[in-house]
Design a protein around this ligand. Sequence first.
Ligand code: FES
Length: 76
Amino acid sequence: MAERPRRVVAERDGPLLVEGPVEVVLDDGRVVCGDRFLVALCTCRRSRRFPWCDTSHRRRARADGPAADAAPEGER
Ligand code: FES
């Protein structure tokens, strides 16, 4: 039985979800490995764990309204 292609899911305003394990070659030539069955790759460059998503993209201001962090308590 033929192996199906590896699936990559692009989240709107979020990470790329890649079926693992993966090796990522960074722009400085370092290679990092992710061995989970699903790996979230940061596309916003805000992650403190880049290239892995740490959910920092959720703090990003939205073009259609204020950032979620700016909303008063109880309005989230
Ligand atoms: S995409 Fe999640 S922290 Fe960048």
